[in-house]
Ligand binder design. Sequence first.
Ligand SMILES: O=P(O)(O)OC[C@H]1O[C@@H](O)[C@@H](O)[C@@H](O)[C@@H]1O
Length: 583
Amino acid sequence: MSTSNYNKFPEICIHRNEGQAWQGYERIARELAEAASRSDKKKRILTVECYPSVRETEIAAGLSAHLRPSVVLFAKDAVIDSGLFEEKVGKYLTDDRVFGYMYPHRLEDFYDAGKIERLRRSIEEAADGVVVIIGFGASLVAEPDLLVYADLARWEIQQRYRSKEFGNWMTDNREEDILKKYKRGFFFEWRMADRLKRGLFERIDYYLDTHIQDAPNMITGAALLEGLDQVARRPFRLVPYFDPGVWGGTWMEKVCDLPQSDKNYAWSFDGVPEENSLYLTYGGVRIETPAVNAIFYRPKELLGEYVYARFGAEFPIRFDFLDTMEGGNLSLQVHPMSEYIREHFGMSYTQDESYYFLDAVPDAIVYLGVKDGVDPEEMFEQLERAEKGEISFPSERFVQTYPVKKHDHVLIPSGTVHCSTTGSMVLEISATPYIFTFKLWDWDRVGLDGKPRPVHLRHGKANVQWDRSEEWVRKNLLNRVEKIAEGDGWVEERTGLHEFEFIETRRHWFDSPVQHDTQGKVNMLNLIEGREAIVESPAGAFEPFVVHYAETFIIPASVGPYTIRPYGESEGRRIATIKAFIK
Ligand SMILES: O=P(O)(O)OC[C@H]1O[C@@H](O)[C@@H](O)[C@@H](O)[C@@H]1O
């Protein structure tokens, strides 16, 4: 096998902003002190608005040491009492380990007017100089003279939950089950935090990156916006992350050159802006920022007006990897129908999926759809007994299996029972939601934490579509490849997804340049065959962008025409990309 050329640290170089970046608390504090001194007020309020799970105490200590503020106040002291807090949020969280209901309200609901008044009095009583207010909601306490925004990406938040360094915001639950902490973040905190952040973008004076402990980096708010604007006008990649899992395999470790781990890597996410980061570099200083910021700030340029009108400032397409090479089976599972996900979880669209096979062992199979003539009651009675540990679920009796091979594309509209099995390397091309997996059966095993992974039979039963016969599955969901066009040195095929799903995919096989056009809609691609390709602008609108095997990349809607051709080691060879866009 050839050596890995997969780039795990894709950086986006932001032009025209050199000199506007600071590293370390000392330099950061000095810059903030200088900026504060530009005001002729005697007392200046320096607000550090934080995303939940930011290390507020580290920032307070780091700034205090060099800034010598007259007082440091924490926004959390103005949060409503815990009884009322739980009353407001409880019904959105439910008792389930995984699923809650999307929280529709704002952070203001959790701040107490009387307590805010008390903090404001402390500001009045403080000596002249700089008053620092820190925390999630700090910008609600008083009108800032200088606003610093300390952001955090979801993957890092998950690490902080997992290491038990953090519980949820204002919740004493550091020791709690990771699934429940994630649930509280996903359904509640991150919704409010994103709403607040979107309203602050244009007002941020400085943007603080504290992803790495005690090694902060800072840029101006203007530099951040300039960076996000540049991202929305050129091809780019997200920073991938790799996560071990009970069914994980060995393919990614080799192909993506991952550090050896005692647990196999199962997932890689490199195409979920809500979860992944961007690395923006400003004259040698690397700023990690949640990729979703580019969508929040420039939704029309990035998604295109059509996609924005339909989905809002959300990235509706997800690319991720599921690696079971020398690993196990995923859970046998089903995803909610659109109506169900909306009614039960408050989501505006559902988890429609597809599996593109980057690789598969010779006898690999996929489970897809229930067999003809299956009695739903009997199948669920068996699943219930299996959940109790009384039997092993006889999957072959109830669920259809099909052989799969490299470059097959299997379509999985919600409501279809499915499971990728051992010996497969899947590129998932799916709708963005990804936690709404109703596991039906997990093959008599426990998760990496030693506990059974959560099974959701009631939800599952309500969503399995029993009328999808074997004939229907074969005709509609397996390799619906259709040639669309061809030219000198290239062929374009449509591979999916199913009519019920809102994503369309096109595969190109080529040894010469292929002309693409976003047609005003964001494109997400992956190099599924070949070592290297280059993306270019016919009009020179962006710098040539090199991609490697298995890398996912995004072409913003604003790009319009672009070309892709084999490059470097792949020059003159036949390679392939798969491209997804909204129908
Ligand atoms: O972790 P399990 O349940 O085995 O599923 C593994 C993966 O399966 C896919 O089809 C998706 O549903 C993913 O969201 C899920 O993470």
